[in-house]
Design a protein. Structure first.
Ligand code: IMP
Length: 416
């Protein structure tokens, strides 16, 4: 049976999925996104031109590939249209689920207003309207892309919703659009996007039946999963591999090889617990060596050491067949490299991920550092200490490392 391969983030996002998906997308006929929205993002440099991808799958760079944005994604039509402009004609190469929920202006305003009101309890969202849109979906009051087929009805329903909820909007100091503004905006989206809106589940099934090679591209990371991440400091979608079934309409039996993308250290943007965060000079060095600033918001990322407990958990929950170990070269030049092998909670050693990551003391093992892993293309050419580090990660996470990235370029990759 032909199955779809999957790529998933293992940590708090920003693991470098972009590079791997871009590398792998060349070998696939169909590339699909299944969750998240334009909170995600990576930039790819092609022939000197920088392209920003937030919603469109990386298969867009392969002229022969078909790209699918599944029902589990939340779509800002405005952001999608902007992004599409970078790629010329996409007819027949891009398909958007008619069941995917739409992010509209009011979702973005609600997201930002709530964050302001949360004060020091703020989640540190990307302010893209992700939470309110998924919230509306679960409350069964959201609107799907397919509704752009009748903008009059959609605009009327939205105005009715604004009226019923006017006290909420007033409390958040949000001015909602009137019917004419809304209708004009929706019409402008419909005009451009309707040709791309389709039954994407049928399309993925057909692709699999026709023995096409299908790649499923996750956004964010396991520890940001709405159920299994560091709740409430998470995003609002199912970022784990199981999310691909829901977010595209696949069965678990349709999923083939799962690759977990993990950095050789850890980063996090936004707020919430991060047991191995390093507040000292080494954390700063990780940030500057690794250029750890958000692609979507430009925020500096919090940096720290590899958390083997969290990675073991993530590998199990996603069913990873292999890990892609990213940015190993960023650890070049450290005298000692640390790995968190267990947690100490209330004086006890804990080897599994607890429900809350608050008040945890990481238990570290230290490894001798190395120099010269940057740009290495063959495993044999890695410094011995770097090889020992990779072996330790495999051992601690019960997962083999199938690929090591030693720099941003496609060539700076070791395939094992
Ligand atoms: P939201 O997804 O904008 O609601 O943000 C919720 C949390 O997820 C915040 O901590 C964000 O910084 C984080 N987040 C969302 N998308 C990404 C991403 O693509 N990479 C890393 N963190 C993300």
């Amino acid at each position: 049976m032909n199955k779809a391969d999957l790529i998933v983030g293992i940590q708090w996002g920003d693991e470098g999925k972009g590079k791997i998906v871009d590398l792998m997308a060349q070998n696939y006929d169909v590339v699909c996104r299944y969750q998240g929205g334009h909170n995600a993002g990576h930039t790819i440099v092609v022939r000197g031109k920088t392209l920003a991808l937030h919603l469109i799958p990386s298969g867009v760079l392969n002229k022969d590939a078909i790209n699918i944005i599944g029902n589990g994604v939340v779509i800002s039509p405005k952001a999608l249209i902007e992004e599409m402009k970078q790629f010329g004609d996409l007819h027949g190469r891009l398909f958007v689920s008619d069941k995917a929920h739409m992010i509209l202006k009011y979702h973005i305003l609600i997201d930002q207003a709530r964050e302001r009101l949360r004060g020091d309890k703020a989640i540190g969202t990307t302010g893209r309207g992700i939470g309110p849109t998924y919230g509306n979906k679960i409350e069964r009051i959201g609107h799907r892309m397919g509704e752009l087929r009748d903008t009059e009805k959609l605009a009327k329903n939205l105005i009715e919703y604004f009226e019923i909820n006017h006290t909420v909007f007033e409390a958040l100091e949000i001015t909602t659009q009137n019917y004419d503004e809304l209708k004009a905006e929706l019409d402008s989206y419909a005009k451009i996007l309707l040709p791309y809106i389709a039954d994407t589940t049928a399309l993925v099934w057909k692709s699999l039946d026709e023995q096409k090679r299908v790649l499923l591209e996750g956004a964010q990371g396991t520890l940001l999963d709405i159920d299994h991440g560091t709740y409430p400091f998470v995003t609002s979608s199912s970022t784990i591999s199981a999310g691909a079934c829901i977010g595209l309409g696949l069965s678990p039996k349709d999923i083939g090889n799962v690759t977990g993308i993990v950095k050789a250290y850890c980063t996090r943007v936004g707020n919430g617990p991060f047991p191995t965060e390093d507040f000292g000079d080494e954390g700063k060095k990780l940030r500057s060596n690794g250029h750890e600033f958000g692609t979507t918001t430009g925020r500096p990322r919090r940096c720290g050491w590899f958390d083997a407990v969290a990675c073991r958990y993530a590998s199990r929950i996603n069913g990873c067949d292999q890990l892609s170990l990213m940015k190993l070269d960023v650890l070049d030049g450290f005298e000692k490299v640390k790995v968190c092998v267990a947690y100490e909670i209330d004086g006890k050693r804990v080897d599994t991920l607890p429900q809350s990551l608050e008040n945890i003391t990481p238990i570290y093992e230290e490894f001798a550092g190395w120099n010269g892993s940057k740009g290495v293309k063959k495993y044999e050419d890695l410094p011995k200490n770097a090889k020992d580090y990779v072996k330790k990660i495999e051992e601690l996470t019960n997962t083999k490392v199938g690929l090591i990235s030693t720099g941003p370029d496609r060539e700076e990759t070791i395939i094992l």
